[in-house]
Design a protein around this ligand. Structure first.
Ligand code: IPM
Ligand code: MG
Length: 360
C-alpha cells in the first residue's frame, strides 16, 4: 500500500535543505521499496505569500490526510512587519496544534567524528547521546488569555498564560518514561516548581506516572540548574522530559553540545504515533540562497520518520550510517567544519549521503 508524505519546505534555507532530504528519501524509497508517494505544499512565509495566511486550510487538510509530514523551516525578515497573527511561526504552531503533535523528540547525539566541532572540550561531550522530550502543544505557547494592551494610565502592558492540565502532563510524561524504557531507564523531569504553579502540578503528575514505571530512575531538576548542568556535565542525562518553552530553550542549548544545531533532527508525534519531522534549527535567513546550509538535520529527520511513523528500522539505520560514512570521509559544511576536513556546500553534502546510501 502506498504511503503519502507531505513535504513542506518552508522559508529561508528550507528549500535548499529539503531538496537534499528529498534526494535521500527518494533513494531510500527505491532501495527499500517503501512505497512512498511524495507531494508538496506551503507553510510559513511561503504560504503567506501565496495564500495570505501562514497555513492554508487546504494544506492543513492535506497534512491531516498524509501518513507523515516532512518540514524544512519557517520564518524570516520578509515577514517581520506583517500582522503578528499571520507570522510564519503561527503557521508552524497551528499545524503542530491542529494535528495534536504533543510529543516532540529531540535527540542530541554527538557523532564521534565531530568531537572537535563542539565548543566544549571533547572529553565533556564525547559519546553524548541524550534525548529531550518536549511537550509541544500546550503551556505558554498556546495559553489563553494572552494580550498586548494599553492600560488606563497610557502604559503598554502584555502578558501570556502558562496553563498545563493534568492530562497534558500525564501523556507527555508517559512518552518520557516510554523512551527511557527503551534506552537507559533514566529520566530527568525539568521544571521550575520552586516558582511556578504549573510546574508544581507537573512534578506531582510526573511522580504519579512514575508508579507505572518502577524500573525507571526518575529525577527532577529546576530548569536553571539543568541549563547549567547541560554545559557542565551533559553526559549525566539520558532522557529529559520538559514543557514547551523550557524544551525549546534546552534543545537549542543541547544542540551545541553536538557541534552544531545543523545536526539535530526532531519528531513531533500525536497519540497514535503519526508524525511531523523537522530539523530543530530555524530558517537561517542570513545564509539562505548561498548553498552552504547543513542538510544533515533534515536528512536525519527523514531517518526519524522512517523509524517512528513507518517502523522501517533497516532504512532508518541505513540513512544514519550513510551520514556517519560521509562524516568519516571528512566532508563538512561550514557549521561543523574543523581543520583538516573538506568544506562542502549543501548539495555536495546531500549528494555524498545519497551516494553512501546507494553503496550500502
Ligand atoms: C523550534 C522553533 C519554534 C518553536 C519557532 C520557530 C516557533 O524555535 O521548533 O524550536 O519555538 O517551537
Ligand atoms: Mg526552538
Amino acid at each position: 500500500m502506498t504511503k503519502q508524505i507531505l513535504i513542506l519546505q518552508g522559508d529561508g534555507i528550507g528549500p535548499e535543505i529539503m531538496a537534499e532530504a528529498v534526494k535521500v528519501l527518494n533513494l531510500a524509497n527505491q532501495k527499500f521499496d517503501l512505497g512512498f508517494e511524495l507531494s508538496s505544499g506551503e507553510l510559513g512565509g511561503a504560504s503567506y505569500d501565496k495564500y495570505g495566511v501562514p497555513l492554508a486550510d487546504e494544506t492543513l487538510e492535506r497534512a491531516r490526510k498524509a501518513d507523515a509530514v516532512l518540514l524544512g523551516a519557517v520564518g524570516g525578515p520578509n515577514w517581520d512587519t506583517i500582522d503578528p497573527a499571520l507570522r510564519p511561526e503561527r503557521g508552524l504552531l497551528k499545524i503542530r496544534s491542529e494535528l495534536g503533535l504533543f510529543g516532540n523528540l529531540r535527540p542530541a547525539i554527538l557523532y564521534p567524528q565531530l568531537a572537535d566541532s563542539s565548543t566544549l572540550k571533547p572529553e565533556v561531550v564525547s559519546g553524548l547521546d541524550i534525548l529531550i522530550v518536549r511537550e509541544l502543544t500546550g503551556g505558554i505557547y498556546f495559553g489563553q488569555p494572552r494580550e498586548k494592551r494599553v492600560l488606563e494610565n497610557g502604559e503598554r502592558q502584555a502578558y501570556d498564560t502558562l496553563p498545563y492540565s493534568e492530562s497534558e502532563i500525564r501523556r507527555i510524561a508517559k512518552v518520557g518514561f516510554d523512551m527511557a524504557m527503551v534506552r537507559n531507564k533514566k529520566l530527568c523531569s525539568v521544571d521550575k516548581a520552586n516558582v511556578l504553579a504549573s510546574s508544581q502540578l507537573w512534578r506531582e503528575v510526573v511522580e504519579e506516572v512514575a508508579k507505572d514505571y518502577p524500573d525507571v530512575e526518575l529525577s527532577h531538576m529546576y530548569v536553571d540548574n539543568c541549563a547549567m548542568q547541560l554545559v557542565r556535565a551533559p553526559k549525566q542525562f539520558d532522557v529529559i522530559v520538559t514543557d514547551n518553552m523550557f524544551g525549546d530553550i534546552l534543545s537549542d542549548q543541547a544542540s551545541m553540545l553536538t557541534g552544531s544545531i545543523g545536526m539535530l533532527p526532531s519528531a513531533s508525534l500525536d497519540v497514535n504515533g503519526k508524525g511531523m519531522y523537522e530539523p530543530c534549527h530555524g530558517s537561517a535567513p542570513d545564509i539562505a540562497g548561498q548553498g552552504i546550509a547543513n542538510p544533515l538535520a533534515t536528512i536525519l529527520s527523514v531517518s526519524m520518520m522512517l523509524r517512528y511513523s513507518f517502523a522501517q528500522t533497516k532504512a532508518a539505520d541505513a540513512i544514519e550510517q550513510a551520514v556517519s560514512l560521509v562524516l568519516d570521509q571528512g566532508l563538512r559544511t561550514g557549521d561543523i567544519y574543523s581543520e583538516g576536513c573538506r568544506k562542502v556546500g549543501t548539495v555536495e553534502m546531500g549528494d555524498a549521503v545519497a551516494e553512501a546510501l546507494k553503496n550500502l
